[in-house]
Design a protein. Structure first.
Length: 122
């Protein structure tokens, strides 16, 4: 698989994750604080997708590195909000577990890309 093919497939995977996040937050109970969670997780999850696309189109190593750093940060934030929802015991447990597993893999893959792009960035 070429880098371009991987990036295209990974962008599709992230897009599917984003869709599932947005569908999941629509099912959460309408309780105090829900708007904050909706906004924060919606923002961070969509930022993962948008910035990974920007990473793929980066014009230089420095630009790509900057974008992949944002992807890692936003993916980690998304994972935080999903863990928070789990602590609240909100939402469908099976879907939440899938989302948590998927974002963990997305974080790991992007950290690996970041470290290969700039090995001293750990």
């Amino acid at each position: 698989m070429t880098n371009a093919e991987f990036n295209q497939a990974f962008n599709e995977r992230i897009l599917e994750f984003m869709v599932r996040v947005f569908k999941f937050i629509e099912t959460l109970p309408n309780k105090s604080g829900k708007r904050t969670i909706d906004y924060q997780i919606g923002k961070s999850a969509s930022s993962v997708g948008a910035n990974h696309r920007a990473f793929c189109r980066g014009r230089s190593k420095n630009e790509k590195f900057a974008k992949i750093c944002i992807v890692v940060e936003e993916a980690d934030e998304t994972e935080f909000w999903l863990q928070f929802i789990k602590k609240l015991e909100w939402g469908n447990k099976e879907e939440l577990d899938w989302l948590l597993k998927e974002i963990d893999e997305i974080v790991r893959i992007n950290v690996s890309i970041k470290n290969k792009l700039w090995p001293n960035s750990k």
